[in-house]
Design a protein around this ligand. Structure first.
Ligand SMILES: Cc1cc2nc3c(=O)[nH]c(=O)nc-3n(C[C@H](O)[C@H](O)[C@H](O)COP(=O)(O)OP(=O)(O)OC[C@H]3O[C@@H](n4cnc5c(N)ncnc54)[C@H](O)[C@@H]3O)c2cc1C
Length: 412
């Protein structure tokens, strides 16, 4: 979108292709999964965004193959030819080959997956009410999150508020002591990459809101009713949420683009492929050659790279050399439920309520669409002063990717 927006002011025909007809604001995806926001409040139709960009067209198509030498991108019934290509297909969940994870864990990368997880969570409570066996009831009410990065931390905080707040009131016959939120992190700290003070605050805060955090916990296997750890221990659980890893979306790899770590594509400092100077790779998919530690898979990197790639295409068309990409890191933040967040802005750090207000403001500002901003604000305010409103088990949604737990994932 940022590449298209940059090119919208050049005399170039631009075609934006996406398998979905909407853009998803991923930083708030966990709030859909935690029944805090409605899906349509964090999504926006792409064609509506493009209305202000007259020379940008849109095609809804799932690109299944690329022929880089012929300059073709192919979908089921459509083939697109190009003079220049910007590949920004992002990333998918990475299960590191852990047995059962792809089959039984719930990923949190798309709107469909967030709705599936929300349905499943609410349905676990509906089933637990009628479950006579206390062991089975306990595993239905144990929610395990694998991965203590920003998504895992934010979801753990929001889930704990949902389970110990509105759901405890909805299901008075269930013993709240049987409800557990467990967060597993393989390293010995949460929010790797954040300043230590913020990591410590996050750990204390999560424990305060009822999340059981286990550091140095390595998952070895996931089954339908159990999670196994490398140290031999087990957690009876019917819900394993996977926020532990992502890898580059495999389309480019299939097309023979140069592979880098984590399924990403190795690019020149100008974001071009060495062999195909008309092809740019940006965002989560891109790995700058020669970088010791790869750039993080975050939105600011994707936005800045999309803009640079677009500028470089204009430069190429006007006979100038493409310029190298330089990332401007403006900081990072994560929220830990209501009233608490951690924010790192250059050399300054904030925690608690102040950080939470900064987090709210930044996310509201970056959400696309005035209508979405208003509805999200109303929802947050309602949630803050009254109760969480979005607790519907909608008819089972189509999901993309793994995470289909056959016996427990089906809403009635
Ligand atoms: C739950 C979650 C929370 C996050 N929170 C934050 C945050 O708070 N702050 C932050 O900075 N970053 C956050 N991120 C990371 C951030 O969203 C990504 O780094 C960013 O979206 C990457 O942008 P991208 O353009 O590379 O890929 P994406 O935004 O993933 O876009 C890829 C697009 O390509 C489309 N696509 C993929 N394959 C095909 C195909 N074959 N054919 C057609 N279309 C295709 C997809 O539909 C998608 O629209 C979060 C990510 C997740 C999953």
């Amino acid at each position: 979108l940022w590449a298209a927006r940059t090119l919208a002011h050049s005399p170039i025909e631009v075609l934006l292709v996406d398998r979905n007809n909407y853009h998803t604001f991923l930083p708030l995806l966990y709030q859909v999964a935690a029944a805090e926001l409605e899906p349509e409040q964090i999504a926006h139709p792409i064609r509506s965004i493009l209305q202000e960009w007259p020379n940008v067209d849109f095609a809804m198509a799932d690109i299944t193959s690329l022929d880089l030498s012929q300059r073709l991108a192919e979908a089921a019934s459509l083939t697109f030819s190009y003079d220049f290509l910007i590949l920004a297909t992002g990333s998918t969940s990475h299960f590191f080959g852990i047995a059962g994870a792809a089959e039984y864990a719930f990923p949190l990368k798309t709107l469909g997956e967030a709705i599936t997880l929300r349905n499943h969570t609410l349905f676990c409570f509906e089933r637990a009410v009628h479950e006579a066996d206390p062991q089975r009831r306990r595993s239905m009410l144990t929610f395990t999150i694998v991965g203590g990065g920003p998504t895992g931390v934010e979801f753990a905080g929001a889930l704990s508020e949902l389970l110990y707040g509105p759901l405890a009131q909805d299901y008075p016959s269930l013993d709240p002591n049987q409800v557990q939120v467990v967060l597993l992190e393989a390293q010995n700290r949460l929010l790797s990459g954040f300043p230590e003070r913020l990591q410590d605050y996050t750990l204390t805060r999560l424990r305060k809101v009822g999340v059981q955090v286990h550091l140095g916990a390595m998952v070895s296997q996931v089954t339908q009713h159990r999670l196994h750890l490398k140290d031999g221990s087990e957690i009876p659980t019917e819900t394993v949420v996977w926020t532990a890893g992502v890898q580059g979306e495999p389309l480019a790899k299939r097309a023979g683009a140069p592979a880098a770590r984590g399924g990403r594509v190795a690019v020149l400092p100008t974001l071009q492929l060495a062999e195909y100077p008309e092809v740019y790779v940006v965002g989560d998919l891109s790995h700058l050659e020669g970088e010791e530690s790869p750039l993080p898979m975050v939105a600011p990197v994707a936005i800045q790279q999309g803009t640079t790639a677009a500028h470089n295409i204009v430069r190429q068309m006007t006979g100038q050399s493409p310029e190298p990409f330089h990332y401007r890191d403006r900081g990072s933040m994560a929220t830990i439920g209501r009233n608490a967040a951690v924010v790192s802005l250059r050399s300054r750090t904030f925690t608690g309520f102040v950080a939470w207000v900064i987090w709210l403001g930044v996310h509201l500002f970056n959400l696309i669409g005035f209508r979405n901003r208003i509805f999200v604000l109303i929802n947050w305010a309602w949630d803050y002063f009254h109760e969480r409103a979005v607790r519907l088990i909608l008819p089972a949604q189509a999901t993309s990717g793994p995470g289909k737990n056959p016996s427990s994932n089906q809403a009635p």
